[in-house]
Write a protein that binds this ligand. Structure first.
Ligand code: NAP
Ligand code: MG
Length: 402
């Protein structure tokens, strides 16, 4: 068989621990035999981040800006224990935080669905994607533990000295107080990323907040979404037969539970934090959740939603067999290859990505799976395999399909 050709490189961001081991297996077993793989490689493994004073992370982000599509392996976010373990020069920032800041993106998380890995909600037939705004609100708050009676005010002093003031509350005893903010620019990027993503996956978009209670703050979110929709996206949505609507967050939750899925649900930062974890566990497993960072100017960075699976890595280092699930990492590659194929009009590459995903699903549905799925599957005849065994089983399915 002739290998599939690529014209533009994918930006490849290697990572840490067990996922770094899976990364190599996936490339060797599932990609190199079939594709003349072109990548521009950045090693975000913690040791190399340390050697480059984390410059490599910034270079990788710039490369994604340049080429438009990246694929990332899970990476360690250093904490004090990691600083000691890896003898780091300093406690570097989270690579994902750095990439997000540089690409100004929104993160979309989507569960991978297979028969036998059933969602807790019976009527969910298609995946539900959460789009989480990852800037501001309670994550950038200022808080005061109010010690006793006193007056609380919200004060804004404009550059020209104009002061806007509003009474919050007259405390007659101890309590708590919090100030939060957001930026039009960030909300606009968020909205554009959501509209572009929904058009890309050809799914309806919901946006929810609580403007009946938060008549200025949440209302600004609602108005920015509706304004950008009307001016920039309405006609494209109509052409594609898609809908966008705003609804209250409590109404959205009630509707989601009754829906059959197949929608993109845009959430404010805190709502997205809560509901992405609810969706991933209700759909089955963190190891079956993909994640893509989309920038407002159309750059894409694909990854798995889970971390480096540290506990399995130490077993691997001890020479023990691991049964680590590579599905979300394989889907990070297929997502990136498909997007690269679409942008470069390489039908073979797009078809390959579809087939590889099919092969993964078929493997699971035939009862061959890793330990994490064996524990939750409703299938009767199951066969637990180790990390490499699963990838080889997928290769078998893929070869049969090609
Ligand atoms: P984790 O890697 O997400 O794993 C937590 C647990 O979930 C595992 O111990 C395992 O449970 C299960 N699990 C997750 N992914 C799995 C998979 N693919 N196959 C099978 N089981 C899976 O989180 P962590 O071990 O707490 O964190 C390790 C490192 O990952 C941290 O240093 C953190 O900074 C980093 N991290 C990176 C990212 C990212 O790069 N996007 C995201 C989150 C965390 P059992 O042990 O019960 O089998
Ligand atoms: Mg969370």
């Amino acid at each position: 068989m002739e290998k599939i050709q690529m014209t533009t490189p994918l930006v490849e961001l290697d990572g840490d621990e067990m996922t770094r081991i899976l990364w190599r297996m996936i490339k060797e077993e599932l990609l190199h035999p079939f594709i003349d793989l072109k990548t521009e490689y950045y090693d975000l493994g913690l040791t190399h981040r340390d050697e480059t004073d984390d410059v490599v992370t910034k270079e990788a982000a710039q490369a994604i800006r340049k080429y438009g599509v990246g694929v990332k392996c899970a990476t360690i976010t250093p904490n004090p224990a990691r600083v000691e373990e890896y003898h780091l020069k300093k406690m570097y920032l989270s690579p994902n935080g750095t990439l997000r800041a540089m690409l100004d993106g929104t993160v979309f998380r989507t569960p991978i669905i297979a028969n036998g890995i059933e969602p807790c909600v019976r009527n969910w037939k298609k995946p539900i994607t959460i789009a989480r705004h990852a800037y501001g609100d309670v994550y950038k708050n200022a808080e005061i533990r109010v010690p006793g009676a006193g007056e609380a005010k919200l004060v804004f002093t404009a550059e020209d000295g104009t002061v806007t003031e509003q009474k919050i509350f007259d405390f007659d005893g101890p309590g708590v107080l919090q100030g939060i903010y957001n930026l039009d620019k960030s909300i606009e990027s968020f909205a554009r990323s959501c509209f572009a993503y929904a058009l890309g996956v050809k799914q309806d978009l919901w946006f929810s907040a609580k403007d009946t209670i938060s008549k200025t703050y949440d209302r600004a979110f609602k108005e920015i979404f509706e304004d950008i929709y009307a001016r920039e996206y309405k006609s494209r949505f109509e052409e594609a037969g898609l809908t966008f609507f705003y609804t209250l967050i409590d109404d959205a939750v009630a509707r989601i539970m009754k829906s059959e899925g197949g929608i993109v649900w845009a959430c404010k930062n805190y709502d997205g934090d809560v509901f992405s974890d609810m969706l991933s566990s209700a759909f089955g497993s963190l190891a079956m959740m993909t994640s893509v960072l989309v920038s407002p100017d159309g750059c894409f960075e694909y990854e798995a939603a889970h971390g480096t699976v540290q506990r399995h890595y130490y077993k691997h280092l001890n020479g023990e067999k691991t049964s680590t699930n590579s599905v979300a990492t394989i889907f990070a590659w297929t997502g990136a290859l498909r997007k690269r194929g679409e942008l470069n009009h390489l039908k073979d590459l797009v078809d390959f990505a579809d087939k590889l995903e099919d092969a993964v699903i078929r493997t699971i549905e035939s009862g061959t799976m890793t330990g994490d799925l064996v524990r939750i599957t409703t299938l009767k005849d199951v066969h637990q395999v180790d990390s490499l065994g699963f990838i080889r089983a997928v290769r078998g399915e893929l070869e049969a399909m090609l």
